[in-house]
Design a protein around this ligand. Sequence first.
Ligand code: ZN
Length: 371
Amino acid sequence: MKALFTFFLSLLLSLNLAAQDHSHQSARPISFPNFGAYQTLSTDLHMHTVFSDGSVWDIRVQEALMDGLDAIAMTEHLEYQPHSADIPHPDRNRAYDLALAEAKDHELLIIRGSEITRGAPIGHNNAVFIEDANKMLKEKAEDAFREAKNQGAFIFWNHPAWTAQSSKGLPVLSDFQKERIKMGELHGIEVVNYGAYAEESLALALEQDLTILATSDVHGLIEWDYSNKGLQRPVTLVFAKEKSLAALNEALKAKRTVAAYNDLLIGRQEFLEPLILNSISIHNAHYMSGTEIVELTLKNECSSDLIFENKSAYTFHESSPVFVLKAHERKTFKVKTLQKMKSFELKLEALGAFYAPSKHPVLSWEVTVKE
Ligand code: ZN
């Protein structure tokens, strides 16, 4: 009898565990506020599985659900398939097809992509929102880019600062890229790839008017490469008119992005500023009794740690002018406004945010003080 009871108990427990497993709940969801007319979609547009040089089969969808992403692109190397002796896969769309089936009961968007793979100076380039990866398999890289463009793809230059192709760790814009940009066959550039942020790639993005991206380029597990080390996977935040593949493609081509990696936020000023402004909420501003000092609470509403320096006309009481507001953290500050005011301007420089090399946005919030 006891054995039977134990059996049912363990059956119940295992069913319960299986149910938990399927919910894909996680302590690490990536989330940022919407602003203006846009939905902020978190995307990872560069990843691999055994269908090229990755070491996993079909877990990219589960990982993305754990991270709370809105969209991922499957981007196997077109021309490089080191596992093909064991896993023949003549159909270059196979990883996408499997991911699409895996994601069918979820909100996660799956984007069909491919990585066009050559040595320097052409380097590695992802084409996403393609229609058929097989048709992109061409002798000449120029033909692969043209085919991707004809399929309506958004095309970006991967890890231009990769030391295997650039010994100084600097992006080198060659005639090949210049020609692709001129032809409308190269739209974006990774400024963060697998944890490496290159300021020089940001400079190039601005100079050549390219979309700014961050990607994980994961080959193993997100857990091993990022989560277990206390890191977040790099993501590209895309400001789209709605959550759909077409709206994502449009927003990427319109360069409405911010690259996010841990406490780093990199993007054009016009998107970086509203993103950070909307990531902070201010609560309970009031004068401490018998003083001209305002006490208020700041809350970080996003999943990145934000680093600030006080640039207000007023200094802080009992705290450093440089501070970190961790993801979703609330912190109380005291501001010496010198006289009692109904409202005042809180001005903070976002030290982890870059709209150009070494350039941080300075944000202002109007703080209303309770009577
Ligand atoms: Zn890659």
